[in-house]
Unconditional design. Sequence first.
Length: 120
Amino acid sequence: MADWVGRFRKEIWHQHCDSRRRFRHMTTNLSECINAVLKGTQYLPISVIVRTTYERLQKLFITKDREAQSQLAARIRFSQRLLAAIEKNREGIQKMRVTHYDRRASVFVVEKLEPFEGWG
């Protein structure tokens, strides 16, 4: 695994190789989620921020649990948002076939297929 990781240019994915291109500011999806939960609380006392965060997360978890349970009850394995995103991404993809794949080396060969009549 170390050999595989060593093939990547470290300045692209190591924060310590940043060279200040990001102006010393780095965000992640997690921090964006937390920012959304804390929106509008930045000038409140810390005890209110903690209580507000707890209440908002509690409501969010209850809502998401209900959504998940109703989808599972309807035998829907994947969220509708995920399926819609997958279908949107598939629209522009050419028809292709993987003809060789080596998991250890992470090497694969993709063959573009020519469309034929009746291709759905």
